[in-house]
Design a protein around this ligand. Structure first.
Ligand SMILES: Nc1ncnc2c1ncn2[C@@H]1O[C@H](COP(=O)(O)OP(=O)(O)OP(=O)(O)O)[C@@H](O)[C@H]1O
Length: 417
């Protein structure tokens, strides 16, 4: 049996698709009672990680556990974890209610649950409508309803905001937060921090399959540091004056100004005055959270190294410092009988702890201008993970006539509770 904890543990998870290192030694834990954002740009390895967690892709190394078990050892997994990877794959001629009844039958929950979840996701009035006529947002809601059928303890959603309008996004936020507050576990992926910023409590930020930050979103927020952009009459003199005061994070920006990190504008002005340097312009620039996210994840397609912030100086977090000491780390729960994949190290070399390392604000990494959160991306709609044992209805299956009342139906797999 699983341990009932609601905890997700990703331990040194790695997936190699031929030459593509989709996920590299990823480790994090998601605790119940909070919403965790799994964030990273396109191709960062989010979906592959979630698919490994849900037993749809075999890891090259490492392991993903839900309630202390690999997915395939959960017994009736739909009762433990509800997942939406893509809001696609609905039979277009089947009504929303009947779609849900098919799945309800497959996981052994009564037909009545179909209407409950339709109401939960705001599709109460659309239960009789065929899914082929659904908007993207409606499909998204129906996929979520499908995931909720088993009243799962853990919810895993890949890009759940795709296709939702602003009202839908606000609704989803409230729904997920209340779901988590009821003591359940919510893990949602997104490639836009702005999209989930108001929803999530903690974040796992990945880039090129590697963890870039893992911890409470508040810690990331607190880490934002400003820099002062200053236009002096004599750059060398001001730099010397700053360095004499121990301010060393100074760089030249392309427009000729210098950027000074770690001090306030007033201090820079005072030092300039003392050094006899005139100031022609001074401006304090605060990095916002989106910029920080951009810093952490950009270069996925351009940078040569695996992690621009990792390094022996240990200036910040993210990849473990070279001299990082092995943590006592993850232990399988008592009674765990699963067989980790061959080569999986029981004592992982690196086990990041939430918020353990303060995120860095390295000099010279501010992207030019304001990072723009783009419009919601097209496509990538999600489809439910069919419950185990689910079979498509037999050919010849007909949707019940309109006006069909629950409990009277004979057609389809969902006809009886
Ligand atoms: N079945 C596969 N075969 C080969 N390469 C794959 C396969 N699945 C994913 N990849 C590659 O693995 C990398 C990670 O892809 P993945 O879909 O996990 O990223 P993602 O973070 O979910 O991206 P997105 O936000 O665009 O969905 C990409 O380079 C992708 O091309």
């Amino acid at each position: 049996m699983h341990d009932g904890s609601g905890r997700i543990v990703v331990q040194n998870l790695t997936k190699q698709f031929g030459p593509v290192a989709a996920v590299q030694n990823l480790s994090f834990t998601v605790e119940p009672g909070s919403v965790t954002g799994f964030l990273g740009p396109n191709g960062a390895g989010k979906t592959t990680t979630l698919r490994m967690l849900l037993g749809l892709v075999t890891p090259t190394a490492g392991i993903g556990l839900i309630n202390g078990r690999p997915f395939h050892q959960l017994g009736n997994p739909a009762r433990v974890v509800g997942a939406v990877l893509e809001a696609q794959g609905f039979h277009p001629k089947r009504s929303a209610r009947n779609h849900l009844r098919v799945y309800a039958a497959a996981i052994g929950v009564p037909d009545a649950r179909a209407d409950q979840v339709l109401h939960l996701v705001g599709l109460g009035a659309a239960g009789d409508r065929r899914t082929g006529g659904f908007s993207l947002g409606m499909k998204q809601r129906l996929a979520l309803a499908t995931a909720l059928l088993g009243d799962p303890q853990v919810l895993v959603l890949d890009e759940p905001s795709n296709g939702l309008d602003p009202e839908g996004i606000a609704w989803l936020r409230t729904f997920l937060q209340s779901y988590a507050r009821s003591g359940r576990t919510v893990l949602i992926s997104s490639h836009l921090l702005a999209e989930v910023e108001q929803t999530v409590d903690q974040v796992v930020i990945v880039s090129r399959g590697q963890t870039m930050y893992y911890g409470p979103l508040d810690n990331l927020r607190d880490s934002q540091r400003s820099r002062v952009l200053v236009q002096p009459s004599d750059t060398s003199a001001l730099v010397a004056a700053l360095q004499a005061e121990g301010v060393t994070t100074i760089e030249q920006v392309p427009d000729g100004r210098i950027a000074v990190t770690g001090v306030e504008a007033r201090q820079v002005a005072d030092l300039a005055l003392k050094a006899g340097v005139s100031i022609y312009g001074i401006q304090e620039e605060k990095a916002d959270l989106e910029q920080l996210f951009f810093q952490l994840t950009n270069g996925q397609y351009t940078a040569s190294g695996p992690n621009q912030y990792a390094g022996p100086q240990g200036t910040g977090y993210y990849a473990p410092p070279q001299d990082y000491q092995q943590q006592p780390g993850y232990q399988p729960p008592p009674g765990y009988q699963g067989s980790p994949p061959q080569g999986f190290p029981q004592q992982a070399a690196y086990q990041p702890q939430p918020g353990q390392f303060p995120p860095p604000t390295p000099p010279g990494q501010y992207p030019p201008g304001q990072f723009q959160a783009g419009p919601y991306p097209p496509g990538q709609f999600q489809q439910p993970t069919p419950p185990p044992g689910y079979q498509d209805p037999p050919s010849g299956y007909q949707d019940p006539p309109s006006g069909y009342q629950q409990g009277q139906g004979q057609g389809g797999l969902g006809g009886g509770a």
